[in-house]
Design a protein around this ligand. Structure first.
Ligand code: PMP
Length: 315
């Protein structure tokens, strides 16, 4: 199978071939997970020429917040992170949908697990990526026996590398039980999120998602859906969600950069609604794809267009 990796990466301050973007096995971030990353999608516009990067300034801002949790000291602000991502997209000149992975990390070869005074680096690589979960049907989810890491252990609101071991435990459990995705409860026993995505339910026409203080990632797709719902006149609530509310929800879906919008058909083997994609999920999903594919001029500020003609000229 052809590698999905795109040709160039940003590494140690410059654009280099991806194969040259390498670090030592002794690196602090490799040994201790002291990194923070972003996951950003670029969608091929309906014009076939433009890559629309979804909410780039917001992803750059969240990356810097995650970096702040790691006490990273970087010579970048939100705009320069975004501009560096755009220049890498231009250099790679992708012909289809891409996933962009910016990464802030502790590059020192250093034994003590600490955050201060050991230096920080910033890198980016990119790959071609279509659907991450099959979203043409309702996905199967389980409530994981693994608990979402609480804020005062490892903050879930940041995208911290080491924290993803928690996601990996839950994802393995889901797959080994024949499901597609895990739902993690937080230490209070309330619904937090999926292993790599946020979660919404619909009850009696109201769209409900876990509040930002519920040990979840501050998801950018989540925030977009809350905005879409508000603009479409759909009542929304950000609050605690009980496990049993999942079982009686009319609709439920995961959302995130990777999964995009994945309707949930079953939780713990129990059917959610009709198990088919419900009307509110369908409506919001349509709006989302119209925005990212450039079919709607609404939310034009949600996408940063990179034209391939410009991109090719910079190669
Ligand atoms: N929660 C977790 C644990 C995730 O890894 C992701 C994916 N980044 C999300 C939620 C969704 O966040 P976003 O919409 O910003 O991609």
């Amino acid at each position: 199978m052809k590698s999905p990796m795109l040709e160039y990466a940003f590494f140690e301050g410059r654009i280099v071939p991806f194969a040259e973007a390498k670090i030592s096995i002794g690196t602090h971030c490799v040994q201790y997970g002291t990194g923070a990353f972003a996951g950003v999608r670029g969608y091929l516009d309906a014009d076939g020429e433009t890559i629309n990067i979804f909410r780039l300034p917001d992803h750059a801002a969240r990356l810097l917040n995650s970096a702040k949790l790691l006490r990273a000291e970087l010579p970048f602000d939100r705009d320069s992170v975004a501009a560096t991502i755009v220049s890498l997209v231009e250099k790679n000149a992708p012909v289809g949908d891409v996933y962009i992975r910016p990464f802030v990390y502790k590059p020192a070869v250093q034994l003590t697990p600490r955050l201060r005074g050991i230096g920080d680096e910033f890198a980016i690589y990119m790959l071609s990526l279509g659907d991450y979960l099959d979203t043409s049907r309702g996905v199967k989810a389980i409530v994981s026996s693994w608990v979402r890491i609480p804020d005062n252990a490892i903050p879930s609101r940041g995208k911290l590398s080491g924290a993803y071991i928690n996601s990996a435990f839950a994802k393995d459990e889901a797959e080994e039980k024949g499901a597609d995705e895990a739902i993690l409860l937080n230490t209070a026993g309330k619904v937090a999120e999926g292993s790599g995505c946020n979660l919404f339910i619909v009850r009696n026409g109201t769209l409900i998602t876990t509040a930002i203080t519920g040990d979840i990632l501050e998801g950018i797709t989540r925030r977009s859906f809350i905005q879409f719902a508000a603009d479409e006149g759909i009542p929304t609530e950000q609050r605690e969600i009980d496990r049993s509310e999942l079982y009686i929800a009319d609709e439920a879906f995961f959302c995130g950069t990777g999964v995009q919008v994945a309707p949930i058909g079953w939780v713990d083997g129990r059917p959610i609604g009709t198990t088919e994609t419900g009307p509110i999920t369908t409506h919001l999903r349509q709006l989302f794809f119209d925005v990212v594919r450039g079919r709607s001029s609404r939310y034009a500020d949600y996408v940063t267009p990179v034209r391939r003609a410009v991109a090719a000229a910079t190669r």
